[in-house]
Design a protein around this ligand. Sequence first.
Ligand code: ATP
Length: 309
Amino acid sequence: MSVTVRVPAKVNVQLAVGGARPDGFHELANVFLAVGLYDEVTATESTALEVVVEGRDADRVPADSSNLAARAATALAHRLGREPTVRLRLVKDIPVAGGMAGGSADAAGALLACDALWGAGLSRTELLGICAELGSDVPFSLVGGAALGRGRGERLTTLEVGGPLHWVFAVADGGLSTPEVYRECDRLRDASGQGAGVADVPEPQASPALLAALASGDAPALAGLLDNDLQPAALSLRPSLRRTLETGREAGALAGLVSGSGPTCAFLVADAEAGRTVAAALESSGHCRTARHTLSPAEGARLLTAPSR
Ligand code: ATP
């Protein structure tokens, strides 16, 4: 028996990062938007937990119990009091370590797929609870659309979202480690004299104007408000991203920013034609590996197939 789930990537249209908490995490106001790049997770009954990874950069994804999809299956099995005897096949289209929550997407996908495969029928609230234990971005991957994440990003409020909005994603060679980017953010704040602790950094707040632009799908208004507090840290670790951002803006993007912890750069464009122009300019510039044009919003993790034998 097999179940296949499709799960979207995300871009953070606003990522406001507060000070480092004593537990090492940062308080966030994280405005997530799901976009139309997808991983697929197929769960098949097996005699043991197995992970198979396919697609671009599969070799950079662990095919063992440390894979986030495997951890999700194990967490659900534990909850159900059973063994995680499942084969998880991941077909990756979301850039690996790209700031687009690919691992989180696979975790949410595996959870939904195993829930269906094992006939568990957990409620959405129960599934979201397991997602939050697995990682800060995992609940959003389940929900999709647009949402504001507070706390580490895992306490979600669904947001109104208009669209479609057109995006181009410039996929970089190699990834950036999310913890390293947060450490660099702290280092830059310390070096500037501001300090990096909770008492030094203002409490992060979502911008009401940005939420209004997102709700109405107003691309020009949203373009002026896109904001990522991790961008200076990502640029400090990967200075070549400045050229990527310049290239997309010069080719006519309404705005460009680093997606989450990077190194993928996200460009908001006016329409499909601008999407094609900006993607072509980025691809021919040599400042990224590939450029992908897609739309938002996208729906969250969704069963593509009913459980089948
Ligand atoms: P985020 O945007 O949530 O910070 P990211 O998109 O930058 O994350 P991921 O693609 O989630 O990064 O991968 C981060 C690391 O997690 C990878 O380098 C990889 O070693 C590990 N990993 C574990 N499971 C997976 C998975 N299923 N897919 C991708 N990476 C995984």
